[in-house]
Design a protein around this ligand. Sequence first.
Ligand SMILES: [Zn+2]
Length: 465
Amino acid sequence: MPNRSSVQRRRCRPTHFGLALLALIPLLGPQTAASDPEPRPLHEVKERAWDFPKTPVAREQIEPGIWRATGVSNSYLVEAQEGYVLIDSGLPHQAKKQKALLEEVMQEKPLLYIVLSHSHVDHAGGARLWRADHPGARIITHESFVPMQRTLVELGPYFGKRGAMAMPNLVSATARSRDTDPLLTGGHIKPDILIDDDEPLRLDLAGRNIEVLPMPGGEGADGLGVWLPDEEILFTGDLTGPHFPAFPNLYSVRGERYREFLPYIRSVSKAIELNPRVIAHGHFDVIRDRDYIRKALTRQRDAVQYVHDQTVEGMNQGKGLYELMATIQLPPELALSEGYGRVTWSVRALWETYTGWFDFESTTSLYPVTARQVYPDLVAATGGVDPILALARQRLEGGEPVKALHLLEVVESTEPENPEMLALKIRTLEALRTRAMLQHRNFYEVSWLDARLAETKASLPAASR
Ligand SMILES: [Zn+2]
């Protein structure tokens, strides 16, 4: 069992390995990184998920005795007198280099703990590699990490395909890493210490107070934060990211189960109460502006509370799901970027979390027979695709691209290679993309549209391209 004097916690599990140290070469990292000089308005973001691949794998010292290995996701090393604490372990294909960079600054003392902010592969991908080389280190996760990791493993091929829609290079690099080294993968991590939602864990280390806090809700129920109370630094994992500040990604079109509103609100409220001087995110830059941090966190919490309350009120008033999706928007005083999470998708996620999938609007929803199955009947009834194509063009030109797309799908049901339909579909997808870029520049929406555009262009007959 873990040493009670060093870990105040009820539920601890032993590691199966003794303590072993690598011979490490101590090196000093660069100077503390500079602050962002001018905080942006709260509805703007500096970095977006498209910037993930642009961040090189490198090391910087962010505060005395705290280093960050950058990359698509950050891995942090925190020094105490008797050893080190690692917070997150990077994506598999970057984890080895991030680990080597952090090991360069480690003196000859052990890695004591590996804290994983959640089970996503970009945070947990290098954990088993670290553990193999530092077998005395104990892995700390939220108790929900275990079931969430199991789902990610069981549905791995499914999630991999969906994730590749938005991040094809990262998904293939992850797969290649797993093929070259079975330790370099998410999943199959056996935590030694589990945190539940009721009680944080205090690591009593000489020279540094470190608290591991349950912070579920951002990208799942298994969120953990790390708080350094004396230095007022909060490591937030993906509770506050990857875009910051922003409306959170409470439903990811990659898939995964819905993320809960109320735990998110509680976790962000906790972060506001702590009043951090520094926030170290799971992705992108460290933020060092207490006032900006407090305002941004407050905006995020209040925006989510607003969407929650509007949805619940609308449900009680008997409004339909699609009506709520179309009408609930953030008021100007709560404006936030929707570049990663969208309000409209979150409204649906909340609606379905509270009431399940039956929309109560159409009897047909109860049966596995979709509208698409009667599209060929519509084509036959209109005497062919031409009137439907004409109507689709009219809708597109009238500024209603989604209605145009519905009509084009009717044509597609009988004539999937019709060049006129394909050309109109490309124009429609381009109109939607232009609109998306003018509105929220949402990473997933634009990635999805790009994937559909590429697919549609590829299916155009060569002569029409
Ligand atoms: Zn992440």
